[in-house]
Design a protein around this ligand. Structure first.
Ligand code: UDP
Ligand code: MG
Length: 310
């Protein structure tokens, strides 16, 4: 019989772990596959790990990886993919925002031959207009800049078959933008739609700083377009400056030296100066990334891994 791993990254989720487990078990008990419930404890500071361990004592399908500290969801997922033993892996959030009722639907599509079945949100309850709007703009921008198509309104909630999981495991980069990696690996993809609910309990770990960080990560790990844009803006201002120079020289030759010009001088200086600073900043983002990747550090360390009891 084939095994399906349900991969759950958890960071300070003590309030939802039990509810999550109950809801998922209700669904998977009716499905004719062997299941593995793989929890990744991402350095939680509350009783998340204790809850997971007590679940494991009750249910032999539960396994867990305890990471040595908080690494963030991206790396927690990478660790999960490394340890998942199933023929297919379903990645789910612990807060039930990814409804377990979609599990059988995903499995149906997997049986029909799809390699990567991802859930797309047709609505996002409990999220502010600004979050939705900025997310939309970001996907549009990234889609335009990067050559790979990134699925809009799609989280990490998806089923991946062994082939796709093994492909993802080969990406060892430390600057991870998993959503982009899903697109990059290709394979036969299938979209299913759902309404995203609000978190059942606990608090979101995301804030605008983290989201902006993830957005910059997403763009700079997937495309060098910002460098081109800097070159382009530099060239345009260069051409403008050259034309203006000719004009100034000719005017000086024809009507002589006109001393006033303080305002234009300051404006030009500030304008060119800021373009230079922004360009250096963009360049720095990439140099920083090269620095991080060349160190070739291990992605994560674990305190403990306990597999399912079979
Ligand atoms: N998460 C994690 N490590 C972190 C932050 C979050 O493993 O550093 C997990 C978290 O426990 C949850 C999932 O990632 O299972 C999604 O987090 P959250 O619900 O806070 O994000 P949102 O749904 O608001 O985007
Ligand atoms: Mg959530």
């Amino acid at each position: 019989m084939k095994t399906i791993t349900i991969l759950v990254p958890c960071y300070n989720e003590e309030e939802v772990i039990d509810i999550f487990y109950d809801e998922v078990v209700k669904v998977i008990n009716d499905i004719d596959y062997r299941f593995e419930l793989l929890f990744i404890n991402d350095g939680s500071k509350d009783r998340t790990l204790a809850k997971i361990i007590s679940l494991r004592l009750r249910d032999s399908r539960v396994s867990y990886v305890d990471l040595s500290r908080n690494y963030g969801k991206e790396i927690a997922m990478a660790a999960g993919l490394d340890y998942a033993s199933g023929d297919a892996v379903i990645i789910m959030d612990a807060d039930l925002q990814d409804p377990p009722r979609l599990i059988p639907v995903m499995i149906k599509e997997w049986e029909a031959g799809y390699d990567d079945v991802y859930a797309k949100r047709s609505s996002r309850k409990g999220e502010s207009f600004t979050k939705k709007f900025t997310a939309h703009c970001f996907y549009r921008l990234l889609g335009k800049l990067a050559k790979v198509e990134i699925q809009e309104d799609t989280g990490d909630f998806r089923l991946l078959n062994r082939q796709a999981v093994d492909a993802l495991k080969q990406f060892k980069e430390t600057g991870r933008y998993t959503k982009g990696l899903f697109s990059l690996i290709g394979f036969n993809k299938k979209e299913i739609l759902f309404d995203r609910d609000e978190r059942v309990a606990g608090k979101t770990k995301w804030n605008y700083c983290k989201l902006i960080g993830l957005a910059i990560e997403g763009i700079t790990t997937f495309t060098i377009m910002p460098l081109r844009i800097a070159t382009f803006i530099g060239s345009i201002t260069g051409i403008g400056a050259f034309i203006y120079m000719i004009y100034i020289v000719l005017r000086t030759l024809i009507i002589g030296i006109a001393l006033p010009g303080y305002a234009s001088l300051i404006s030009i200086m500030l304008f060119i100066g800021s373009i230079q600073l922004v360009s250096i900043g963009v360049l720095g983002e990439y140099v920083g990334r090269i620095f991080n990747e060349t160190k070739n550090r291990p992605l994560y360390f674990i305190n403990k891994y306990e597999s399912t009891k079979v």
